[in-house]
Design a protein around this ligand. Structure first.
Ligand SMILES: CC(C)(COP(=O)(O)OP(=O)(O)OC[C@H]1O[C@@H](n2cnc3c(N)ncnc32)[C@H](O)[C@@H]1OP(=O)(O)O)[C@@H](O)C(=O)NCCC(=O)NCCS
Length: 229
């Protein structure tokens, strides 16, 4: 039977990295309540140095658990990248806050809100473009939400994030000191609106495909006579 190359129909920014190496297509999906347990497993697997980079402090397991329990999916946006078993390989948390509430960055923009972004990728899934795709998706959401200022913990010292931001064509601003570096984003365009809508459609399709495949395999392995094979 002839197979259909769905990847060829899917929009994607790039599957090639800066050094020219081929990479698998990464789909970024918006997460919801049903992902809370997977989120917890993803964050608990981060080691101390990753927790420091991600949260600005080495959060113990209890505080990570509380952080995940308190995630408000109706207020904030959480993006994720799943593997074939629907485990989360990467997570990006985008939170919008009123400009006046930021003690430092309230002068950085005239827009009503600024955004804070935190991202993490499982240690065994790094260097595959997942962090870049989560970052690009968050930046597009900000632009579509009329937000032009994106803050991240540890941005000034995090060489990987600096590289990812530069690759996306963003300049790092440090007017308010090294500790409060932030990124400036372009305004929205019809292209950014379409890009976000299409990416979510394809990510939803990808999730459904993985979920169905997983369920079918489970069913298959439970068939009489298949035990232990
Ligand atoms: C930062 C992080 C999210 C990146 O995730 P990732 O999936 O590995 O990122 P990508 O694969 O998309 O891209 C990494 C890029 O950085 C480059 N890079 C890796 N280490 C680097 C370093 N020390 N200095 C500069 N660039 C570096 C890679 O070569 C790659 O570039 P390329 O795409 O041009 O080849 C991941 O390392 C992580 O979870 N770190 C711990 C938490 C953290 O630092 N979060 C950010 C602050 S909130």
């Amino acid at each position: 039977m002839k197979s259909i190359d769905l990847e060829g129909l899917m929009p994607h920014m790039s599957t090639i990295n800066a050094s020219g190496a081929d990479r698998p297509v990464v789909r970024v999906k918006e997460l919801s309540e049903r992902d809370r347990r997977r989120l917890l497993m993803h964050f608990l697997a981060l080691d101390d140095s990753d927790r420091l980079l991600r949260f600005g402090t080495v959060l113990p397991d209890e505080l990570i658990t509380r952080y995940v329990q308190k995630l408000d999916f109706s207020r904030d946006t959480v993006f994720g990248v799943y593997d074939d078993n629907l485990r989360l390989l990467g997570v990006g948390h985008l939170a919008f806050t009123a400009r006046e509430t930021s003690t430092v960055l309230h002068n950085a923009t005239l827009k009503a809100r600024i955004a804070e972004f935190g991202v993490s990728v499982s240690a065994n899934a790094r260097g595959m473009g997942i962090g870049s795709r989560l970052f690009e998706r968050a930046a597009i959401r900000c632009r579509n939400e009329d937000v032009d200022t994106l803050y991240m913990h540890c941005l000034s010292s995090n060489q990987t994030m600096i590289h990812i931001a530069a690759k996306a064509g963003m300049k790092i601003h440090r007017e308010y000191g090294e500790a409060d570096a932030y990124l400036k984003l372009q305004p929205a365009s019809p292209g950014t609106m379409l890009a976000e809508a299409m990416e979510e459609q394809f990510a939803t399709f990808d999730y459904g495909f993985k979920a169905n495949t997983k369920a079918a395999l489970k069913w298959w392995n439970r068939l009489p006579g298949r035990k232990g094979k």
